[in-house]
Design a binder for this molecule. Structure first.
Ligand SMILES: [Zn+2]
Length: 222
């Protein structure tokens, strides 16, 4: 997720107006910063297991919370929450590790840039609306929030156009372990049944395949 993380920071800020917005935004993008730093000497796929897996996320959130608390600044818990919310946000747009480098799970919406744009623009609009509740109701402040939201949505549109141009692989959402797949050649299934298979929501299909395979290898079994 790109602009959506900034929108999460805006929404959280409403809970603690004494917490400056900059560290909160940095915390909401925290796993991505950590990945950029760690990626310098290592490939990205390996580093995601440290920065975007659930244990990596918990460690990062704990460190940033403790650091802010040690500095005796308000809003330490909120920084940790912002760091943790990075994971569910990325779950919609990419595919991320749970504990180990594989399997990767997520809805992979970066491969459907229009759907990604609609989702992130909605998150930005909601984040700005929540943020607006925490600031004084003055016309000039409202204008600043509207401009901020429009700028985030424009940045997201540019990112999605770039994603559409660069797209070189198929949309591959996954909500289940990639290792739990039939070893038989997979037939191309279209429509609703195909969608259920993509999301690994159709165990009955795999069961039917398994039964068919058993009949073929052991005709006397059935
Ligand atoms: Zn990320």
């Amino acid at each position: 997720m790109y602009a959506g993380h900034a929108a999460v920071a805006l929404a959280l800020r409403w809970r603690e107006p004494r917490l400056p917005i900059v560290p909160l935004v940095l915390a909401c993008y925290g796993p991505d910063w950590a990945e950029v730093v760690l990626m310098a000497p290592n490939p990205r796929a390996v580093m995601a297991a440290y920065t975007h897996s659930i244990p990596g996320l918990l460690i990062g959130a704990a460190l940033v919370t403790l650091l802010w608390r040690w500095m005796r600044r308000p809003g330490a818990t909120l920084l940790g929450v912002g760091w943790l919310l990075h994971w569910p946000a990325d779950l919609f747009t990419g595919r991320k590790p749970l504990i180990f480098p594989t399997p990767l799970i997520g809805l992979d919406l970066y491969k459907l840039p229009l759907a990604d744009f609609v989702l992130e623009a909605t998150v930005v609009a909601i984040g700005c609306a929540i943020y607006a509740r925490g600031v004084p109701k003055r016309a000039e402040l409202r204008r600043v929030i509207v401009i901020l939201g429009a700028a985030l949505i424009a940045l997201q549109a540019a990112a999605d156009v770039a994603l559409g141009v660069m797209r070189n692989t198929e949309w591959e959402p996954s909500l289940a372990s990639a290792t739990r797949q039939s070893h038989l050649p997979r037939a191309r299934v279209h429509g609703w049944a195909g969608l259920r298979m993509r999301f690994a929501l159709s165990p009955s299909h795999n069961r039917r395949e398994g039964e068919r395979w058993q009949r073929r290898t052991d005709p006397g079994a059935s």
